[in-house]
Design a protein around this ligand. Structure first.
Ligand SMILES: Cc1ncc(COP(=O)(O)O)c(C=O)c1O
Length: 391
């Protein structure tokens, strides 16, 4: 292609078309609203797949990012950084008791990839048990424990370890699957992509017990459920279940890409230099974002806010095309009588952005944790308007 032809190519003509996109192009965000170039404002109840924990244009976060990028835009893990130590201290304090060591990475998949690697190394075993309808990411190990990936997008000729999937809430199947060859059981406390499916607390406790019995490690994938989304710092605390490894990403940096694996001292102390590694993980701008997100959640009482806004959604939004609500905190699935995608499109036409899920009859809400009950009223009214709409 000549340079002239290249320059004339349509805007966006070079982007991979692997995502189906909605007809709204935001150029800025303020609080829980997105705005396009023409000034159209859309209430964002999807939060960029649960990433925008503090919403948009949050003063503390944008100041922290600006300051950190001015001070030192990047340094690797070859040099110590005060801000990295502080972020790790804050994250360990925010996380469940006992997970006192932090390994910073860049994404949810990378966090799970490393947690799975650790579990296989530490136990010397070869099998991982995962849940049906799970989603853990797109890399080789994370994709191997993602339900249905092998039949659709996985692409690698084989998985790096044996995997057994267990039906949700089936304690008998779980007990049969977790044996002396099991390195880990990996579970999302609430299955996000599946449609905000929340496991029974008894089943989650049964997973802990099966791991204790067999010597397998429990990996809680809190990439989507963590950082206050369920109304507690993590699902682990909400359910009072101690994981051996916990992974987090999405809301961790409030929009700045980052992730982490939390682990106990017993596992961390066995790691020699070089056992784990990554270039960008634990960079100064990411760590400034992590510190700020945790500070704001604590300072502004966002965990309590999540709980009260969640209760308001449950009380007011089972209307119009919605027949039931599942999930916890601000990770909610709204079961729809008609196709969820049709309801999503009708809501977007009314300036409200919601997500869909793997279940064609489940809308997914993942709003910023700063959402208020006034916004819930808007969603409820819009859903009511759709009662007789031909969807
Ligand atoms: C529970 C869970 N785990 C892992 C991932 C993968 O995270 P990432 O897309 O940052 O790699 C996701 C992403 O949606 C997720 O929801």
């Amino acid at each position: 292609m000549s340079l002239a032809t290249h320059e004339m190519a349509a805007v966006g003509a070079h982007l991979d078309e692997v995502y189906s996109m909605l007809p709204f192009t935001p150029v800025r965000g303020v609080g829980v609203y997105l705005e396009n170039a023409a000034g159209r404002r859309v209430l964002d109840l999807y939060g960029g797949h649960a990433v925008a924990a503090l919403g948009y244009g949050h003063r503390d976060l944008s100041d922290a990012l600006a300051r950190a990028s001015r001070d030192l835009v990047f340094q690797t893990n070859a040099l110590p950084l005060e801000v990295r130590d502080e972020a790790a201290d804050k994250l360990a304090a925010f996380g469940p008791p006992g997970l006192t060591r932090v390994f910073f990475v860049n994404s949810g998949a990378e966090a799970n990839e490393n947690a799975l690697r650790l579990a296989l190394k530490v136990t010397g075993r070869s099998k991982v048990v995962a849940m049906e309808h799970s989603f853990h990411g797109r890399t080789a190990a994370a994709g191997a424990v993602t339900y249905g990936a092998l039949k659709s997008w996985y692409g690698f000729p084989r998985t790096p370890f044996d995997v057994e999937f267990v039906a949700r809430n089936d304690a008998a199947a779980l007990a049969a699957a977790v044996d002396s060859s099991t390195a880990a059981v990996i579970v999302e406390p609430v299955q996000g992509l599946a449609g905000a499916f929340d496991f029974s607390p008894a089943f989650l406790r049964a997973i802990r017990a099966a791991c204790d019995r067999s010597g397998a490690l429990l990996i809680m994938d809190e990439v989507q459920t963590g950082m206050g989304r369920l109304g507690a710092p993590f699902g682990a605390q909400l359910h009072d279940i101690r994981p051996d490894l916990l992974t987090v990403a999405k809301g961790l940096g409030g929009g700045f890409p980052c992730g982490a694996v939390l682990m106990p001292h017993e596992i961390a102390s066995g790691l020699k230099p070089g056992a784990l590694g990554t270039t960008f993980g634990g960079g100064p701008v990411a760590c400034a974002a992590i510190k700020t997100v945790i500070d704001v959640i604590n300072r502004d009482g966002l965990l309590a806010n999540v709980r009260s806004v969640s209760a308001a959604i449950r009380a007011q939004c089972c209307v119009g095309p919605v027949e039931s609500i599942q999930g916890l905190g601000l990770l909610l699935g709204l079961k729809t009588r008609v196709k969820a995608a049709a309801v999503r499109d009708a809501l977007l036409a009314r300036d409200i952005l919601v997500g869909t899920s793997a279940d064609p009859h489940m809308l997914r809400l993942l709003p910023p944790l700063i959402l208020s009950t006034d916004h819930v009223q808007r969603l409820s009214s819009a859903l009511e308007e759709l009662t007789d709409a031909p969807l």
